[in-house]
Structures are given as structure tokens and as C-alpha cells.
Write a protein that binds this ligand. Structure first.
Ligand SMILES: Nc1nc2c(ncn2[C@@H]2O[C@H](COP(=O)(O)OP(=O)(O)OP(=O)(O)O)[C@@H](O)[C@H]2O)c(=O)[nH]1
Ligand SMILES: [Mg+2]
Length: 432
């Protein structure tokens, strides 16, 4: 039989109230030992006296009868006075009467085991708790609402149709069942592969919603990189001076533009130098540029023809436009004056470059590495099955389809291994 677990469900520290939650087969019996009058029916809160070893606490109690509770088990909540000492005394009282301390995320893990939520719901909760922007919270809420789960189950169903059609003919050849033609199987697999590709493609935008966009500002000394950083942040963050080689360290600071997080990275001016410290700064500048999502290559001469060699998307920024602006700009060029502080157009350009506006309208974004890896693997397995339809027998195709079905199941947890489940729930806070 399961143990009865207890934990503080609200944040630790000073607060108006604290909620202590207990879940498990003995939750109600334990609570009745020290809370009176105990509520006579579930879902109704009752005021009463909670006897702890040290003092009597005037508290409220509500119980939820399993399976109609968050965990699916009998659950009792005590709403007591806030602060560490009171909730600690209440928890100790529960422990004394037979409860055990809950692990991180154990309430939610029990909800999963009892079929109250699937893994993507749980991951949605974590993403919402961790979200820094509304976009990231929305992606978490979509997971919680099971949008990904539903799409995955649809795909699994389609796959199962194909698998069962193939298997029936393999297992019961004497039944004279109509053999699915290779073409029908291939067509079905092709559609699934295409759907998966579409879902996987949303991960680029998902990354933007969750982590933001890393923008590296690079260029020669004195072109105005630090001035640009300050203008983009709207704050006097980096030292600006007319002396070449002012910035040495890599400086990262985030700012929000239309609910998208931009991580702006100011770097040392790149040039040949014998100065050891400056050389190290330049090395770090290049490394920062290599890792960025986009590079702002800053120059300060309207006639500059130089090129910054990189595979990463790049905008060439003609700074100091107040001293003379380049007239004919190419598509990936922009003229600004960092000194004037007006960099709205550049911000908009960055925003558009990553289609960030689509985050508001899309109802499914992949923001979770684990989901992405399962989806990618499932697509590979589907594509293997698809390829095999051209040369192998149906049993080999079927086996690849089964693999893909199991991989998709890992997303919602229908075929997830114990270790994956443990890892997901361990990310929860205590009492969740
Ligand atoms: N006129 C004008 N001057 C600017 C503009 N932007 C920057 N400057 C000036 O250019 C000089 C260098 O600016 P910084 O922002 O320190 O240049 P940097 O690229 O960070 O230089 P390093 O850190 O040395 O690589 C300063 O004197 C700035 O005031 C601009 O838009 N117009
Ligand atoms: Mg600088």
C-alpha cells in the first residue's frame, strides 16, 4: 500500500497563510487524530482546532476524497497561519501520526500514476512555474491543456491503424484478410512524417519564446558597439569612450521587446593586437559570436565594404549615421545612430527576423528538449519504415512502426521509462 505523504504546499517564509497538504490512504484518519471538528463531507472547508505538540492552532481543514482529488488519493489540506514555526509544527504532527515527508513533485507524480495527468501536463506545469515571459507561460499552459499530448495521441492512433492492418495479415494469413498495399502504408507513413516535421519545426520559435534571442554585437574598436548595447537596453550599462579597446569582457544583458526576451552581448572590438588582455577579450568576442542566434556587425563608415565571415544570420549595422549615412542599404543592412538612442527599427528588424510575432498566434510550440528529442527520433523511425516499404517485407516495416509508436508514447508517458518519469517529477518543488 502507498504511504501517506505530507509537505508544505505554499512557499516557505513569512506569509498570511500556509497550506500543508497530506495525500494517501491514511490521510483522513491521521488528520482526524488532531483536527476537530473534522469536516463531515469532502470539498468543504471547516474551521477548527489543530492540536500540535507545542500549541493549539486555529486553522481550516478541507479534504478531497480519492479519486476526486489532485493526486487521485484521499487528500487533506490544512490552511493554517503563515510563517515557518506554525507550518513546521503542523507537519511534525502529521509525521508523528504516521505520515512521511513527501519528495519533490511526489503529489504530482502520484497524480500521474493515478491517471490524473500525463507527462506533458506535468512538464507544462513546470514550464509555467519557470516562465519568465507571457509567451513562455503560454507555451507551458498549452502543454498543461494537453495540446501536444492530443496531437501525439492522434499520430499514435494513425500509426496503430497501420500497424494493426499489417499485423493482422502477418499473424492470420489463413483469414484471407485484405493485405494493405505497400502504397497505402507508404502514404499513411508519409502523412505522419509530414505532420511530425511540422511540429518539430515549431521548436525554433519555441526556443525563442522560452530562452529569448542571443544577439552578439561585434565589430572593430570604437565603432560604437557599447553605445549600441546601451541604446538597445535603454540604460547606461557599458562603458563608452573614444579610446579604442575600451571593452574587454563579454557583457550580456537582457531586455524585453514585445514580450520577447533579447539577450544582448557586447564584445571587445576585433583588431590585431599585442596586448595580452585585449587579445583574450577578442578571443572571447569571437566565441560569443559563434554561439549567438544573430550577429550585429557594427561599422562606423558609410563606405565600409568589410564582411564578417560567419554562418550565423547577420545584420550589418552602419552606426554613427548622424555623421553621414549610407544611402543605398541592402536587405541585411541598417543605418542607425546609437548615440541618439533611437534603435526601435533595429529591434523590430530582429523581432521580425525570428518571426516572433507568430508566437502569439501559434497554439502549439515545442519548448521542451525531451519532447523535441522524442519527436525527432520518432520521425527518423517513421522515415526508416517509409523507406523500408520500398524494399523490405511488411514485418520489417511493422517493427519500425512499433518503435516509432513507442517513442511517441514516451512524450505523454504511456511508454516512458521509470527513470524519465522520476526525472520529470523531481524538477517540481516540494509540496507540488
Ligand atoms: N557621432 C556618433 N558617435 C558615436 C555614436 N555611437 C558611438 N559613438 C562614439 O564612438 C566612440 C566609441 O563608442 P563605444 O560605444 O565605446 O565603441 P565600442 O565599439 O564599444 O569600442 P570598443 O569597446 O573600444 O571596441 C565614443 O566616443 C562614442 O561616443 C553615434 O551614433 N554617433
Ligand atoms: Mg565597447
Amino acid at each position: 500500500m502507498n504511504s501517506t505523504i505530507v509537505a508544505l504546499s505554499t512557499a516557505r517564509g513569512r506569509s498570511a497563510i500556509a497550506v500543508v497538504r497530506m495525500s494517501g490512504p491514511n490521510a483522513i484518519n491521521i488528520a482526524k487524530q488532531f483536527f476537530a471538528p473534522f469536516p463531515t463531507e469532502p470539498n468543504y472547508m471547516r474551521v477548527g482546532t489543530l492540536k500540535t505538540a507545542h500549541f493549539d492552532e486555529h486553522a481550516m481543514c478541507v479534504y478531497f476524497a480519492g479519486p476526486r482529488s489532485y493526486t487521485g488519493e484521499d487528500t487533506v489540506e490544512f490552511h493554517c497561519h503563515g510563517g515557518t514555526a506554525v507550518s513546521q509544527a503542523v507537519i511534525e504532527q502529521c509525521l508523528r501520526c504516521g505520515a512521511v515527508m513527501a519528495q519533490n513533485g511526489e503529489f504530482s507524480k502520484r497524480a500521474f500514476i493515478n491517471g490524473k495527468q500525463n507527462l506533458t501536463n506535468a512538464e507544462g506545469i513546470i514550464e509555467m512555474i519557470d516562465a519568465e515571459t507571457a509567451s513562455a507561460a503560454k507555451a507551458g499552459a498549452n502543454l498543461l491543456e494537453n495540446k501536444l499530448g492530443k496531437r501525439v495521441i492522434e499520430l499514435q492512433d494513425k500509426l496503430l491503424d497501420l500497424i494493426s492492418a499489417c499485423e493482422a495479415t502477418l499473424d492470420y494469413p489463413e483469414e484471407d484478410l485484405e493485405l494493405p498495399t505497400t502504397a497505402t502504408v507508404a502514404q499513411g507513413l508519409g502523412e505522419i512524417s509530414k505532420t511530425l516535421a511540422g511540429i518539430i519545426a515549431t521548436s525554433a520559435l519555441g526556443k525563442v519564446a522560452k530562452y529569448g534571442i542571443d544577439v552578439a554585437i561585434v565589430g572593430a574598436p570604437n565603432v560604437g558597439k557599447s553605445s549600441l548595447l546601451n541604446a538597445l537596453l535603454g540604460a547606461d550599462r557599458a562603458i563608452v569612450s573614444g579610446i579604442e579597446g575600451t571593452t574587454r569582457d563579454v557583457l550580456t544583458e537582457s531586455a524585453y521587446f514585445r514580450d520577447i526576451k533579447f539577450n544582448f552581448i557586447d564584445t571587445a572590438g576585433i583588431r590585431d593586437t599585442d596586448n595580452e588582455i585585449e587579445a583574450e577579450g577578442i578571443k572571447r568576442a569571437k566565441a560569443a559570436a559563434d554561439k549567438a542566434d544573430v550577429i550585429l556587425y557594427v561599422v562606423d563608415n558609410p563606405n565600409d565594404q568589410s564582411v564578417f565571415q560567419t554562418e550565423i544570420p547577420l545584420i550589418k549595422v552602419y552606426n554613427k549615421a548622424d555623421l553621414g549615412a549610407k544611402t543605398e542599404l541592402l536587405a541585411n543592412e541598417i543605418a542607425i545612430s546609437a548615440k541618439s538612442g533611437d534603435v526601435e527599427e533595429l529591434k523590430q528588424r530582429l523581432y521580425d527576423m525570428f518571426n516572433a510575432g507568430e508566437i502569439q498566434t501559434s497554439d502549439l510550440l515545442i519548448t521542451n528538449e525531451r519532447h523535441l528529442s522524442c519527436l525527432t527520433q520518432a520521425k527518423v523511425q517513421i522515415d526508416v519504415a517509409l523507406e523500408e516499404t520500398q524494399r523490405a517485407t511488411l514485418d520489417i516495416v511493422t517493427s519500425a512502426m512499433r518503435d516509432a509508436w513507442a517513442t511517441l508514447g514516451e512524450i505523454t508517458g504511456t511508454s516512458a521509462q521509470e527513470s524519465i518519469i522520476d526525472r520529470i517529477y523531481s524538477k517540481f518543488c516540494l509540496g507540488k
